[in-house]
Design a protein. Structure first.
Length: 443
C-alpha cells in the first residue's frame, strides 16, 4: 500500500512538473501569474540585500546609523542597499521603485540590469528614471514579444495610435504631435505592411484626413480606400497629388497668418504659429500622408522622367520641412532609403524624426534608418530573425530606442474597420479629384 502511494505521489509530481513546463511554453502569461510571480517575489525578498551588494549598488551607512548600531548591538556594520519601495505585480512582471543613495545615479542600476535578471529569475529588467534620486525597476517575467498582447490602457487619443508593444511590456504609441514624420524600413515579409495596417486602422476612427501614395498600383493601400480622402497609385498620379498637398499647406499658412492677430491689442492667446492654436471652428483637420515604397518615386526609366522626379522630391522635402505647423504629417515606408536613390533622398530622410527598422537584408539598410540617431540599435535591427515578422527596432532623434513588435491584424479586419469609419472621412475640396472609389466588401 505504501509503495502504491509513493508511486502515485511521484506520478502526480511528474505530471505537475510537466504541466508547468507546458504552460510556461504554451501559455507564458498564465504560468507567470501562477508560478513565476510568487517564485520571483520570493527570490527578490530573500536575496535583495545580497544581490545589491554583489552588483556594487550598496553604500556605506550614514555615520549616525553606524554609531547607533555600535551602541546598541555588536553586529558588523554592513553597506546599505537602495531603499526598496512596494512591489507591484503586473500581468507581465513586477514593478518597484528604488531610492538611490547619495552619489548613485540611474546608470549604475541600468548597468546591473543583466545581473538582476539572473538573480531574480525573470526574462528582463528595465530601469526608468522617475525623478531625481528615484528609479523604477520594471521586471518582465516572460518574452512578451513572442505573442503580442497589447495592454488595456495604451494612452491613445487624437493623432496618438498604440501601434505596437515594446519589449518592456508597455505600448509603443505613434504620436504625430510629438514626432511629426517617420521613416519605416523593412525587407519583404518583415512586417512593415502590418505596422502600416495597424496605424491606418487606428487613425480611421479619428477626424484625420488620410492621403496615400502607393506606386504598386495600390495593392497595399487600396483595401482601405473607403477611409482615404486621396489615393495615388502610380508616379503620374503622385506627381499630380503632391502639388495639391503643397497648395493645401500654403493655404493653411495663410489661414494661420489671418488668425495670428496682427492688429494691435490682440490677446496673446489668439496669436499662434500652427493650426493647433486656432479655434475648433477655424482649425482644419490634420492630414497624414502615407507613402508606400518611397523608392518608386525616385526611380526613373528615362531622362524625360527626371524632371518629374526632381519636382516630386522637392515637394516632399517641402512637406517634411514645413508641414508640421500646417498639420500635415508624413509616414514614409520602403525597403531601402539611401543616397543611391538620387538627389534629395538624404535631405528628405534627415527630416523624418521617427525611425522604425524591421528586418533588413543588409547592415547598410539598418544604418540608413538608425545609424544617424541610435548607432547601438543597428545591431539589434540586423539580428531580427525571419520567423518573427513585425519585430523592429524603433528610435527617434533623442537617441533612445527599443525593440517593438506589431500585433497581428488581418487585411480583412483592417479594411472592415476603414469601411465602418468611412462616414468620418473629412471633406477637403482640394483633394476631391483624388478621392478613390471604395471597393465593395468581399462576400
Amino acid at each position: 500500500m505504501t509503495d502504491l502511494m509513493t508511486v502515485a505521489e511521484v506520478g502526480g509530481s511528474l505530471a505537475a512538473i510537466g504541466g508547468a513546463a507546458y504552460a510556461r511554453h504554451a501559455h507564458p502569461a498564465a504560468y507567470w501569474s501562477t508560478v513565476g510571480l510568487p517564485a520571483s517575489v520570493a527570490r527578490l525578498l530573500a536575496s535583495y540585500s545580497s544581490t545589491m551588494d554583489a552588483c556594487g549598488l550598496t553604500v556605506e551607512p550614514p555615520r549616525w546609523r553606524a554609531l547607533a548600531v555600535k551602541a546598541t548591538t555588536r553586529r558588523e556594520i554592513r553597506p546599505v542597499p537602495p531603499r526598496r519601495g512596494v512591489i507591484r505585480p503586473t500581468a507581465t512582471g513586477l514593478r518597484l521603485r528604488l531610492r538611490l543613495a547619495p552619489g548613485q545615479e540611474p546608470a549604475d542600476v541600468a548597468a546591473s540590469a543583466e545581473r538582476l535578471r539572473h538573480a531574480w529569475g525573470v526574462h528582463a529588467v528595465y530601469v526608468r528614471d522617475i525623478k531625481p534620486g528615484v528609479v523604477e525597476l520594471r521586471l518582465v517575467g516572460f518574452d512578451v514579444l513572442r505573442k503580442v498582447r497589447m495592454p488595456r490602457r495604451c494612452g491613445g487619443g487624437l493623432l496618438r495610435v498604440p501601434v505596437a508593444l515594446r519589449e518592456d511590456a508597455t505600448a509603443f504609441v505613434r504620436d504625430y504631435r510629438a514626432v511629426p514624420h517617420e521613416l519605416v524600413l523593412g525587407a519583404t515579409l518583415s512586417g512593415k505592411s502590418m505596422y502600416l495596417r495597424n496605424l491606418i486602422a487606428g487613425l480611421a476612427a479619428q477626424p484625420v484626413v488620410l492621403v496615400g501614395i502607393d506606386c504598386k498600383r495600390g495593392v497595399e493601400l487600396a483595401p482601405f480606400a473607403a477611409r482615404f480622402s486621396a489615393l495615388a497609385v502610380d508616379q503620374r498620379q503622385a506627381a499630380e497629388l503632391l502639388p495639391v498637398l503643397v497648395g493645401e499647406m500654403e493655404a493653411r499658412y495663410d489661414l494661420i497668418k489671418a488668425r495670428q492677430g496682427i492688429a494691435p491689442g490682440t490677446p496673446d492667446e489668439l496669436i499662434t504659429s500652427d493650426i493647433w492654436g486656432l479655434s475648433d471652428e477655424d482649425r482644419p483637420p490634420p492630414v497624414v500622408l502615407f507613402i508606400d515604397e518611397v523608392a518608386e518615386l525616385f526611380l526613373v526609366a528615362s531622362r524625360k522622367d527626371e524632371d518629374r522626379r526632381d519636382e516630386m522630391v522637392t515637394q516632399l522635402i517641402r512637406l517634411a520641412q514645413l508641414g508640421r505647423a500646417a498639420g500635415i504629417y508624413l509616414e514614409v515606408c520602403g525597403q531601402r532609403f539611401g543616397a543611391e536613390l538620387g538627389k534629395g533622398a538624404t535631405m528628405l530622410r534627415a527630416q523624418l524624426t521617427g525611425r522604425v527598422c524591421h528586418r533588413v537584408n543588409d547592415e547598410a539598410s539598418a544604418k540608413m534608418a538608425l545609424g544617424d540617431i541610435a548607432p547601438e540599435a543597428v545591431y539589434a535591427a540586423c539580428s531580427i530573425p525571419a520567423e518573427r515578422p513585425g519585430l523592429a527596432a524603433a528610435g527617434d532623434t533623442s537617441g533612445g530606442w527599443s525593440r517593438i513588435r506589431t500585433p497581428h491584424l488581418t487585411l480583412a479586419d483592417a479594411a472592415a474597420t476603414c469601411r465602418a469609419a468611412a462616414h468620418l472621412t473629412p471633406d477637403v475640396e482640394a483633394l476631391a479629384p483624388f478621392r478613390p472609389s471604395a471597393s465593395p466588401a468581399p462576400a
